[in-house]
Ligand binder design. Structure first.
Ligand code: 26Q
Length: 811
């Protein structure tokens, strides 16, 4: 167990930081100084554990995992670390003695928003779980100076503002200047023959960028293991080129510095659409090369040879973004340590594992070969050789199937197909939900499955549930503890003990009071930020996630417009009051997504301005959806909207966060919704919509005629009419066109109109069910009780077992 501190010790430690870092005594310190000093004290405690732990790891010489991801979304750290180390009470009291409230300090911390959404948050949940499970596993990524943009809504439009999180957020980062790495870009390759007639490739005239590690320490709950998230910041080895400067070429003289510094400047805000941008390629190579070099060096220090690299190091690739780890490790083995190709390839393959997070073709990375060759000539030549050998193998295995060979190629049609490179090299490949893993096996990677079926597996995503339940919803967490004891904080499956109380009306009543208090907490935020007064007794119907057409926020809005139409037609219609809550960022260049945000905001205004509907129907669009905002929203939700077109959402993880907070899922048979259904049973979830196979059949037969719905379905016709006549004075022509126009085969790609009726009926069921308080309470407690399976601790144990082959350090 972790060292226990007294209030006095903590107080003294904070005072010491105030004095030595800020030259202040507590009585004259500013809030910021107290905040920073508190963070530094927590950081020290983590460092002490890290060091203790490191000696242990070094003496055990066990295998360690390195989780490579272009994105991590840790959110805030102070509260999480204090919670994980179980030291909140002493900090609370110590701060009280300075007249400070710990909650106020928590609120000062900016989110570290180094990711877009699901994939980045998953990476952070996994680091938490790895430490909690007592395993050695570290993250590698980029120290973006600007994380995901801050979203503002002005005149019902999304505006993006820069997120300079480092301003206060850098308190958690420990720079390690002596562990900097050099990364080389551009230049040319030269063949040189040595005296034994062996050819060597020499890389010349490259541009050097320096990677400086900024380490963030990662704690787990009730665990002494502290791991590292290493974030690389790019800088230049030269400040200005004096030679050019002296010749009067002022701008040119600073080019190289600029080239280096721009690499870690900003996170790409697209999350499901890929363009072949050279800066993105440079970002990927930058953090991969620095990370792989650091790993190899560290391994050599520990073992003195690279022959056993794969036995001691596992490199996990989070989607294809870090794929370059494969050719980069090959480069290091071949060029720097003179390994033969076959031996190097064997070690690399045994080191690499890969998770796929999407099957949407526009999100699969395919880099233009010429661009790749120009930026990374040595890596390109390695990928060409990997592809050549791969093609020989494909010729042997599938001599009569050219189409399949082309589909499986690593380089095809002038493009590098990163997913194929991953599958070719990795010894394990997994999807993120049962359904998604089935789809990647049957569709995306079917050819590879024929060759190596055992390579493919599933690990359903999970969440760091202590953050999403215990920290975000302390009232619910305390109540569960009161009923079932604290064991659920260590083992989420213990939440199942709540099932005993399903028939207990007092417990159901307490749960509904807690939900109401959380709804009031959110209502206060809404009043402050949106100036809308919401009724805490209305149904809080929540859809929070990135904005994308496939996630079908539009289907949700269609349902709201339908309710509006019905109320206008019959103002006395009995509609149970609802508050529809949205949170969603749109990629800056994604026009349709921005239109949908605009539609939601104008609709919100129209409803609010209409005395007939405003007390029964409300839309709240919360700007700047983020980890911290999610922590406020999840506990207050009644309904969890998970309404993507079947087959499109790989897993979803917001669905799990809402479930554990007692919201009922209204969802399609997509991603992890299928597993939520299995866990809670049909009577505790609302399922609607086409199934994957049905969607597939409709597409194949070419019979989908979305525009027909506009004539044949009066509700849809009325919605289209409403949008054509104008909402809050605005006509949403592009949206209407995207669904129906041109009689083209691309109209309504995501089957909004096809699923509308089924969704509408499911929504009616939701309203009815909510009005039966006991029934709803029972559904809600069942969802909480059955959510344990979605703990990231479970996911990580499966990864450790099935994919990585690692064990807890102390085992
Ligand atoms: C790639 C190249 C260039 C620019 C951007 C990108 C890029 C960046 C981020 C592509 C994709 C992403 C993020 C994808 C993502 O978040 N996927 C989600 O992953 C979750 C965790 O597995 C799943 O729950 C979601 O279903 C899935 O959509």
């Amino acid at each position: 167990m972790i060292n226990k501190f007294t209030v006095n010790e903590i107080k003294e430690r904070i005072e010491e930081k105030l004095l030595h870092h800020f030259g202040r005594e507590a009585k004259s310190a500013t809030k910021h100084q107290i905040y920073k000093s508190t963070c530094l004290v927590v950081r020290d405690i983590m460092s002490e554990l890290w060091n203790k732990n490191h000696d242990l790891i070094d003496s055990h010489k066990q295998k360690q995992i390195y989780y490579l991801s272009m994105e991590f979304l840790p959110g805030t750290s102070l509260k999480n670390n204090i919670f994980n180390l179980e030291i909140e009470n002493v900090f609370k009291e110590a701060l009280n003695e300075f007249g400070e409230n710990i909650e106020t300090l928590y609120e000062m911390e900016p989110d570290a928003g180094l990711g877009n959404g699901g994939l980045g948050r998953l990476a952070s949940c996994y680091l938490d779980a790895i430490a909690t499970c007592g395993m050695a596993g570290h993250g590698f990524s980029i120290c973006y100076e600007y994380g995901i943009f801050k979203q503002k809504i002005k005149d019902c439009k999304q505006i993006e503002e820069p997120d300079d999180w480092l301003n206060l957020g850098d308190i958690w980062l420990i720079p390690k200047y002596d562990e900097a790495e050099e990364v080389h870009f551009g230049g040319k390759l030269e063949e040189v023959w040595d005296e034994n007639g062996k050819m060597k490739l020499i890389h010349r005239d490259y541009t050097t960028v320096i990677g400086i590690p900024k380490d963030m320490l990662i704690t787990g709950y009730g665990s002494e293991v502290v791991n590292t998230l290493r974030l690389w910041k790019s800088t230049s080895p030269i400040s200005i080129n004096m030679e050019l400067f002296a010749k009067g070429k002022y701008l040119k003289s600073m080019e190289e510095k600029h080239f280096a510094e721009v690499i870690s400047k900003i996170l790409y805000p697209e999350d499901a659409h890929v363009e072949g941008k050279s800066l993105r390629i440079m970002q990927q190579y930058f953090f991969i090369s620095a990370s792989m070099q650091a790993l190899v060096k560290r391994h050599l220090i520990r073992f003195g040879t690279l022959d056993n690299f794969h036995e001691k190091v596992g490199v996990h690739i989070n989607d294809t973004h870090p794929t370059m780890a494969i050719p980069e490790l090959m480069r290091i083995f071949l060029d720097e340590y003179e390994y033969e190709w076959d031996k190097a390839w064997e070690i690399v393959c045994k080191t690499i594992t890969y998770t796929n997070h999407t099957i949407m073709s526009e999100a699969l990375e395919k880099w233009p070969e010429d661009l790749f060759a120009k930026l990374l000539p040595r890596l390109h030549s390695i990928v060409v050789e990997i592809n050549r050998r791969h093609t020989v193998m494909l010729m042997r295995e599938f001599p009569n199937n050219e189409a399949l060979r082309n589909e499986m190629a690593i380089i095809y049609d002038g493009k590098l197909k990163m997913a194929n490179l991953c599958v070719a090299a990795a010894h394990k490949v997994n999807g993120v939900s049962a359904l998604h893993s089935k789809i990647i096996k049957e569709k995306l990677f079917n050819g590879f499955v024929k060759l190596t079926p055992d390579k493919f597996t599933n690990v359903t995503n999970g969440i760091a549930y202590r953050r999403w339940l215990c920290q975000a919803n302390p009232k619910l967490s305390d109540f569960i503890e009161e009923l079932c004891g604290s064991e659920f904080k260590y083992n989420a499956m213990n939440l199942e003990n709540l099932m005993k109380y399903k028939e207990d009306s007092n417990v159901l009543e307490r749960l509904s009071i807690i939900k109401r208090e959380n709804k009031i907490r959110l209502a206060d935020y809404i009043k402050k930020h949106n100036n809308i007064i919401v009724n805490p007794d209305s149904i809080f119907d929540v859809q929070v996630k990135r904005l994308h057409e496939y996630k079908r926020q539009l289907l949700n809005l269609f349902h709201i417009m339908d309710l509006y139409n019905q109320l206008k037609e019959n103002p006395n219609k009995d509609i149970y009051p609802r508050t529809f809550i949205f949170g969603a960022k749109a990629a800056a260049g994604y026009h349709m997504a921005k239109q949908i945000i605009s539609l939601a905001c104008h609709l919100s205004k129209m409803l609010e301005d209409d005395p007939v509907v405003r007390d029964r129907l409300k839309i709240v669009f919360l700007e700047n959806y983020s980890v911290s905002l999610a922590e406020l929203i999840m506990p207050a939700a009644d309904v969890s909207e998970q309404i993507s077109l079947a087959g499109k959402e790989a897993s979803g993880t917001g669905n799990m966060k809402l479930m554990i907070n007692g919201a009922i899922t209204l969802g399609t048979m997509d991603g992890a919704n299928v597993e939520i259904l299995n866990a809670v049973g049909n009577e505790n979830i609302f399922i609607f919509g086409l199934l994957v196979d049905e969607v597939e059949k409709i597409i194949q037969s070419g019979i989908y005629r979305p525009w027909a719905y506009c004539h044949e379905n009066k509700y849809i016709a009325n919605i289209i009419k409403l949008m054509t006549d104008g909402i809050d004075g605005i006509v949403f022509g592009d949206i209407i066109n995207s669904l129906t126009a041109g009689y083209n085969s691309n109209a309504d790609q995501y089957f909004v109109l096809a699923d509308f009726d089924s969704y509408k009926m499911a929504q009616e069921d939701v309203s009815l069910a909510y009005q039966n308080k006991t029934k709803w309470g029972q559904m809600s407690i069942t969802n909480i009780a059955k959510s344990g399976i979605f703990s990231a601790d479970r996911s990580i144990k499966e990864y450790a077992d099935k994919i990585w082959g690692i064990k807890p350090i102390n085992d």
